[in-house]
Ligand binder design. Structure first.
Ligand SMILES: [Mn+2]
Length: 359
């Protein structure tokens, strides 16, 4: 077994003989191997990756710390393993299986009993929420690719450009620069569309005085990056300028509040209080951030509801925004690593208004 698998095995409660893991990202987290199909079966001292013929060769090359176990019929193989390993009780992920799949698997595991609680998910989340240095390295690599790609197309962000052309061009460059994928459908929206936090790039043609929002990221070796910059095209109104400066300051307040020992909700509060006091209550309807890793949105949520205490090694986004429907919106987002006395910002592109003003 590898270190991550050993840790999880040591966290299995006494009444559980094994854990069965199905979700793609959790399988990747524990084995380094990514596939939609197959299961990870972990006992207290052994780990097996159950896979079918289509994935056996790739799994043997890539998967770490597990015995690759090929199956022709999953029900037969699972039954055989339950018997051979003398498994009496098995935990299953609450979030990795659909109800149909869980019912089907539960039958296959008989006579072992499936433990139905959240404990396995909690144990996995506890490991995944704090990143190792090698995980952080991968997020940094994804972020560098994103910044490089954005820098390459910066001169295209101007009057006359079409939103979806910018998204396409950026996606091409991100992949060309070595990313395995984009983090999510890239958001490159402009003008009145920027008031929709997750607007979809379309045929809109950028004009003078527009804000253009880029919420973008890449995936490197499974790990995501996430960054948002809002650009001003030519000259903007005083109202736009005030909103930009308010978001900029709010983000700074939130970044200044990040350090180990602080509650996630306090980071949200730092940004939210500043925005509300500036008169924009009701214009910031999403939370301030989220964890980032093998999933683009993972724990901890940086929201007013979440009192999780930040620990060194957590990777979170800080992304306040102000959105005025029908007019415009501004969001500024960085991804940071929490440290004992603050944070390390993984985003190095400037975000002050003069740097983000393009002609
Ligand atoms: Mn984000």
């Amino acid at each position: 077994m590898n270190a991550a698998l050993e840790l999880l095995a040591s966290m299995l409660p006494e009444n559980a003989d094994a854990a069965l893991i199905s979700s793609k990202t959790n399988k990747r987290y524990f084995t380094g191997f990514s596939s939609d199909d197959g299961y990870l079966l972990l006992t207290k001292n052994e780990a097996f990756l159950l896979t079918d013929f289509r994935y056996t060769e790739a799994a043997k090359k890539t998967a770490q710390g597990v015995q690759i176990t090929e199956f022709k019929k999953l029900s037969e193989k699972l039954g055989e393993m339950v018997k051979k390993l003398d498994l009496k009780s098995i935990m299953m992920e609450g979030s990795g299986f659909t109800i149909n799949e869980a019912l089907r698997i539960e039958k296959m595991l008989e006579p072992a009993v499936v433990i139905k609680d959240q404990k396995l998910d909690e144990a996995i989340n506890k490991l995944r929420i704090v990143k190792t240095s090698s995980e952080v390295e991968k997020i940094i690599k994804a972020q560098r690719i994103t910044e490089c790609a954005l820098s390459e197309i910066l001169q295209m962000i101007k009057k006359g450009a079409v939103e979806k052309d910018l998204a396409l061009e950026l996606e091409y460059r991100i992949k060309k620069l070595g990313a395995e994928d984009i983090s999510f459908d890239l958001i490159t929206i402009a003008g009145a569309n920027t008031s929709m936090p997750h607007g979809v790039p379309g045929d809109y043609v950028i004009k003078d005085g527009d804000f253009v929002t880029f919420d973008i990221g890449a995936v490197f070796d499974g790990y995501h990056s996430d960054m948002t910059r809002t650009f001003a095209i030519g000259s903007i109104s005083q109202k736009q300028e005030r909103v930009y400066r308010t978001v900029y300051e709010a983000q700074q307040k939130a970044l200044d509040a990040v350090k180990a020992g602080v509650k996630a909700s306090d980071i949200d509060k730092a940004a939210r209080d500043y925005i509300y006091q500036a008169g924009y209550e009701g214009c910031f309807g999403h939370s301030t951030g989220h964890g980032v890793g093998l999933d683009i949105h993972e724990l901890p949520a940086v929201s007013s509801e979440n009192d999780t205490v930040l620990q060194s090694g957590m990777v979170i986004t800080v992304e306040p925004g102000i959105y005025i429907p029908g007019e415009f919106g501004v969001r500024i987002e960085d991804t940071v690593v929490v440290t004992s006395d603050g944070c390390i910002n993984l985003c190095s592109l400037p975000k002050d208004l003069s740097s983000c003003t393009l002609i």
